[in-house]
Design a protein around this ligand. Structure first.
Ligand code: FES
Length: 86
């Protein structure tokens, strides 16, 4: 069992079309920039069943919709950083 924060980015077709792969790449870069490799586990996933709100990101099992590439940094600052800095 890992105690890392698990982040899954949907790259299924609906999410991919709305930028999911770019969201994944942006998260990769932000994680690298903040040196969080040891604290988070970033994965790509396939359809999470929430296509209407694509692109979707799952944080420790909770689905967050509408994480477009443009909103990724804000999402990271709001939802990811506070969880790994405490
Ligand atoms: S393709 Fe991402 S939730 Fe369906």
């Amino acid at each position: 069992m890992s105690d890392k924060l698990e982040i899954k980015v949907c790259v299924g077709s609906s999410c991919h079309v709305k930028g999911g792969s770019k969201t994944l790449r942006t998260l990769e870069l932000l994680i690298e920039k903040e040196h969080l490799d040891s604290k988070v586990e970033l994965k790509a996933d396939l359809c999470l069943g929430n296509c209407l709100e694509a692109p979707n990101v799952v944080l420790d099992g909770q689905v967050h919709g509408g994480v477009t590439p443009e909103k990724t940094e804000e999402f990271f600052n709001l939802h990811i950083l506070p969880r790994v800095q405490s």
